[in-house]
Design a protein around this ligand. Structure first.
Ligand code: NAD
Length: 265
């Protein structure tokens, strides 16, 4: 069984559906609620049900759970519910994340906290509770985290909190990989380039394409949002599937860019 966070739409939906195509049962988790500092719509309960329907179409059993990955109580309860329903978890797909924009010198504390709590603390909380289950069960496991090209370099846009969260995910990935190695748990991350999802559509609508490409003063423009270079969620899912498979059994602690060569430049 795979525990997918942020599964109502975007990449999380794609991960849930394609893991099911490969024979997995799915626990589809989403907050199903907008956040105060995020200027675009997050997933809804109807969308989460839509993901569940697609999982069923591919023959997977599915449990939907509304939970906020930044709340330890909600994560712990979701993991317990998942284990009660399916008897155990095999893969954690740590996908949930948010974006927002403000210059570091102008950003308010709430925007910083909300994003770091979701994108970094949320990855730790899910890894903590699913990781504990892997250790107690003694049968290994896989954790795949979502970093970003924003966690491979500085980015000439006004989102220092997002960049910091994704660098943090990479550090967390390496350290968890070492901590959990003796329990046969592989921990890796994927670093996507720009993907056509509700997050990107929403950010473009809220701030405009120019703001997302970054200013010249900061080293832009940064053409990641060029429509010809946009990836699809499926491209990221394929990396998730490989990192969750036996084929990648000796791969742990890495962050795999899937970015059409963006970080090679
Ligand atoms: P999205 O906004 O389209 O979907 C994210 C999902 O996560 C939504 O359904 C949302 O409701 C859910 N979510 C948000 N906060 C949550 C919380 N606290 N608890 C539970 N669920 C929560 O975003 P996406 O583009 O599919 O992004 C998925 C991941 O990929 C994120 O971690 C994001 O930072 C990362 N990423 C995205 C891009 C991109 O270009 N889209 C690029 C690099 C990395």
């Amino acid at each position: 069984m795979v525990f997918v966070t942020g599964a109502a739409h975007g990449q999380g939906e794609s991960h849930a559906v394609h893991y099911a195509k490969h024979g997995a049962d799915v626990v589809a988790v989403d907050v199903c609620q907008d956040k105060a500092t995020v200027d675009y719509p997050l997933g809804t309960d109807d969308e989460l049900e839509g993901t569940a329907e697609k999982v069923r179409e591919h023959g997977g059993e599915v449990l939907t759970v509304e939970a906020d990955v930044s709340s330890e109580a909600e994560v712990e309860a979701a993991v317990e519910e998942a284990i009660d329903e399916f008897g155990g978890i095999d893969i954690l797909a740590n996908n949930a994340g948010i974006e927002s924009m403000a210059a570091a010198t102008k950003m308010d504390e709430r925007m910083w906290d909300e994003l770091i709590d979701t994108n970094l603390k949320g990855v730790w909380l899910c890894s903590k509770h699913v990781g504990k289950h892997f250790v107690e069960r003694g049968d290994g496991g896989k954790i795949v985290n979502t970093a970003s090209v924003s966690g491979m370099t500085g980015i000439p846009t006004e989102n220092a909190h997002y960049v910091a969260s994704k660098w943090g995910v990479r550090g967390l990935t390496k350290t968890l990989a070492l901590e959990l190695a003796e329990y046969d748990v592989n921990v890796n991350a994927v670093a996507p380039g720009a993907i056509d999802t509700p997050m990107v559509d929403g950010m473009i609508e809220a701030y405009g394409e120019e703001a997302l490409s970054g200013s010249e003063e900061l080293g832009g423009p940064f053409n990641i949002f060029d429509p010809d270079e946009m990836l699809e969620s499926r491209d990221i899912t394929e990396a998730y599937l490989w990192l969750s498979s036996d084929a990648a059994r000796y791969v742990t602690g890495i962050t795999l860019p899937v970015d059409a060569g963006f970080t090679a430049k």
